[in-house]
Design a protein around this ligand. Structure first.
Ligand SMILES: [Zn+2]
Length: 257
């Protein structure tokens, strides 16, 4: 019997399955490490930012985040310590969800989300990146892996820029720390798909996702795309793909109690 090369064996042992799409992914970083990394990065980013003083908008963010989180827990069982915050930053059109369920919304995206369902499109998409382990997948391919899991955590915890910045980038918030290394296009399409199903499971009408992405497309015309869109598929491709996924999302719809 021939022995498998170590790296192949490791890859075989480290494949996880993405919820909804069923894709197999290479994942060399454990869930516990990723959740810790997410929590550390969240604390660092939120401590640098100004929390919103708009009570109504903050309550809306908390409401939508809770419904998305409840649907994620009920269907995909990620065992996260969910947290969400609205950051007062009207110039930033962005939102993210880090591994472990750490969510931030920048107030600049609210004119585009318009209402709770619009925000559910965004938080469904962002939460999907975390549920699908996209950060771990990126980190598994990054040179940071040479530090090992505990080395990465230690360096990020100590806010060492040589690790904290690439780690944040791998988690999909690179633009926040001045590095443009967003999720890949295929991860973005996958997050659209999972997010659409997730918002429906949270009781939000998935048809409204098309309206939201059309508003984003109109907003993006003729200017540099906001961080939120930096490597997303073209607007036309994205909306076409979402239309194809709509029957699946509608079948997943669970009315909110
Ligand atoms: Zn995305």
């Amino acid at each position: 019997m021939r022995r498998l090369p170590g790296v192949l064996l490791l890859a075989a042992l480290s494949c996880t399955t993405v919820p909804v799409t069923g894709r197999k992914e290479l994942n060399l970083v454990g869930e516990g490490t990723m959740n810790q990394l997410g929590a550390q990065t969240y604390t660092q980013e939120v401590s640098k930012a100004k929390p919103s003083s708009d009570a109504a908008a903050t309550a809306m963010v908390q409401r939508v985040a809770k419904r998305i989180a409840d649907a994620a827990e009920a269907n995909f069982h990620p065992k996260y310590q969910w947290q969400a915050t609205l950051i007062d930053d009207p110039k930033t059109v962005n939102a993210w969800c880090l591994p472990g369920g750490k969510i931030a919304v920048y107030s600049g995206i609210l004119p585009l989300t318009q209402d709770e369902t619009g925000l559910a499109v965004v938080l469904g998409h962002e939460t999907a990146h975390a549920l699908a382990h996209h950060g771990a997948e990126r980190l598994s391919r990054s040179t940071l892996m040479q530090l090992g899991e505990s080395g990465i955590l230690a360096a990020v915890g100590a806010a060492k820029p040589e690790a904290a910045k690439p780690a944040a980038a791998a988690l999909g918030i690179g633009s926040q720390v001045g590095i443009e290394l967003p999720f890949s296009r295929s991860q973005e399409s996958e997050a659209d798909h999972i997010g659409l199903v997730l918002m429906a499971k949270a009781g939000y009408d998935p048809e409204k996702a098309i309206d939201f992405w059309q508003r984003m497309a109109a907003y993006g015309q003729g200017k540099a795309p906001p961080a939120f869109l930096s490597d997303h598929p073209s607007d036309k491709d994205r909306i076409e793909a979402i239309k194809k996924e709509m029957p699946e999302a509608k079948a997943a719809f669970v009315p909110h109690q």
